[in-house]
Design a protein around this ligand. Structure first.
Ligand code: 6PG
Length: 235
């Protein structure tokens, strides 16, 4: 494993609570040090329990100093059951006093290329305002698919080879197929990337990545100066 990658095992029964506590701690530290906490949310089904715990624990967070982005989004309207934004809204955003302007929603209801370009411009403008050449997340949360995908970076996708753009429209094997995903350049600019996996069926992929076996997209998340932490639920 590269020196900036670690695996932390957490009790599966307390996974959501323990990860939420770590997120809150990271938020408080980031706001204390830089006046901001820039957090990219993972999509899918499993993060909802974690976000709900963050909402329960998050009274100490100055939410007006938090910026929320999305590692990926499905190309559906925000009220659609497949929307990652909707999942985050129900589990977290509706329960904390975060200003709506601090939530950078990927507009999945638009033409995918237009939505990706719009988001690209939004992140680039914020990065420029902060004196950065590329938007720097304090923390990127990512899930892991059984095929080793993360965000909507799927095996064999041309998006895996992107070296400039922060986001791309893709077609993936996981329904719904049309998505917009952050790319490695943006993910690898982060201070911290956490993979959140509380599913023993995915242990084999984690072991492959830890051993450098195969070419899983999740294994290609390698922050330039930041760190990767695998938070893995264990029975
Ligand atoms: C998505 C996610 C995707 C997800 C993994 C794990 O939009 O589908 O970004 O990468 O994190 O597929 O999904 P589960 O958490 O539902 O297992």
């Amino acid at each position: 494993m590269p020196p900036n990658v670690q695996i932390r095992n957490l009790p599966a029964a307390r996974f959501a609570t323990e990860v939420a506590q770590l997120i809150v701690q990271t938020a408080l530290k980031s706001i204390a040090e830089r006046g901001l906490f820039r957090l990219a949310l993972a999509g899918g089904d499993s993060p909802a329990a974690i976000y709900s715990e963050v909402a329960s624990l998050g009274d100490a967070i100055a939410w007006e100093r938090v910026q929320i982005t999305y590692g990926d989004e499905r190309c559906v309207p925000p009220e659609d059951a497949f929307s990652n934004y909707r999942m985050s809204k129900l589990s977290l955003l509706d329960r904390v006093p975060i200003p709506s302007g601090n939530v950078f929603r990927i507009r999945g209801e638009l033409d995918p290329a237009a939505a990706a370009t719009e988001y690209e411009h939004k992140l680039s403008a914020m990065a420029a305002r902060l004196g950065e050449t590329r938007y720097v997340h304090d923390l990127v949360l990512l899930g892991l698919g059984p095929d080793g995908h993360t965000a909507s970076l799927f095996p064999g996708s041309a998006a895996l080879e992107e070296t400039e753009r922060n986001l791309l429209p893709v077609i993936g094997p996981k329904p719904p197929p049309q998505r917009i995903t952050m790319t490695f350049p943006l993910l690898n600019a982060a201070r911290q990337v956490w993979f959140l996996v509380n599913d023993p069926a995915k242990q084999g992929v984690i072991d492959d990545i830890a051993a450098g076996r195969g070419d899983h997209p999740a294994g290609r998340v390698r922050p330039v100066t930041g760190s990767v932490t695998w938070l893995v639920g264990t029975p």
